[in-house]
Design a protein around this ligand. Structure first.
Ligand SMILES: [Fe+2]
Ligand SMILES: [Fe+2]
Length: 283
């Protein structure tokens, strides 16, 4: 199955004069059965960059969201407005997890920062969002999947300890971000994986994808690995574990951070690429 992805929002822009970088992530996904928007960035760059790269938001079959964080969902309102009048008129399917509208916070700076979806569900629905919220693995169309919640199996993928939500006792505790999910496309030449932020742990994610599909050949793995803001133990053990998978190309972005990305470039050599704004990957 022919697949083409174009990075619309990412932290960095190299050379695409007119495109905008922002701390965020969004990928335009073209498949033989239609086009999809995976994540929406934080809302500054999406419309500009979609126009810059000639992607018609009104043409999408649906929106896929990796998790609730605002750097992935902040562009959703603009996206809904832009999708008016397209084939999905009467409601644009938005596939996500039931935790989409939870409150969560970053404690990275002195002031607590809300990092949930910056718009209300009702406003987004008025603008055309038809939320399809599910927890499990699902097929969006033939050969295109979302993982749903990913079982946390490794001991070392403990994640970002500065991201919090309200625990059962009412106080702020580390958020397991159980809604974190990944897009998987079965290309026939191997699995094509587009990560969101990998809060579930990139090793857990790839392991689960292999379990669910019964396939272990990864044509491409691209996206955020969240190996930037974690401890050295997790970075080193995750990179070591990635070598055990059969990955044709690995392209990292966003929450991987420059330092870990540079390290992975050294580790994976010709198989490595960096996914900045405008990066196109085809399979
Ligand atoms: Fe995130
Ligand atoms: Fe992110």
């Amino acid at each position: 199955m022919g697949v083409k992805t174009t990075v619309l929002c990412e932290n960095a822009v190299y050379g695409n004069i007119g495109a905008i970088g922002e701390h965020g992530w969004s990928v335009w996904l073209e498949t033989p059965r239609g086009e999809y928007l995976f994540d929406t960035g934080q809302g500054k760059g999406l419309l500009n960059n979609a126009a810059f790269f000639g992607k018609d938001l009104a043409a999408v079959n649906g929106v896929l969201l990796s998790h609730h964080h605002s750097d992935h969902t902040g562009g959703l309102l603009d996206a809904m407005k832009a999708m008016r009048g397209g084939p999905s008129e009467g409601g644009v399917p938005v596939h996500a997890h039931p935790d989409l509208f939870k409150d969560s916070f970053s404690t990275k700076s002195e002031k607590l920062r809300h990092i949930g979806v910056p718009h209300t569900r009702s406003l987004l629905e008025v603008e055309g969002a038809d939320f399809r919220l599910e927890t499990g693995w699902r097929e969006i169309e033939e050969g295109v999947y979302m993982t749903g919640e990913v079982p946390r199996r490794t001991s070392y993928e403990i994640g970002d300890q500065e991201l919090k939500h309200y625990g059962e006792a009412g106080g702020l505790v580390v958020d397991p971000i159980r809604d974190d999910q990944t897009v998987v496309i079965d290309t026939g030449e191997g699995l094509f994986v587009v990560l969101g932020c990998s809060h579930a742990g990139v090793v857990n994610i790839l392991t689960y994808i292999t379990e669910k599909t019964g396939k272990s050949r990864f044509h491409t793995v691209m996206g955020g690995t969240h190996l930037g803001p974690v401890e050295e133990d997790q970075i080193a053990r995750s990179i070591a574990a990635l070598h055990e998978f059969d990955i044709g190309r690995i392209g990292v972005s966003h929450c991987t951070g420059q330092r870990t990305a540079a390290r992975m470039a050294g580790e994976f050599g010709d198989r490595f690429f960096f996914c900045s704004v405008g990066t196109v990957v085809e399979a």
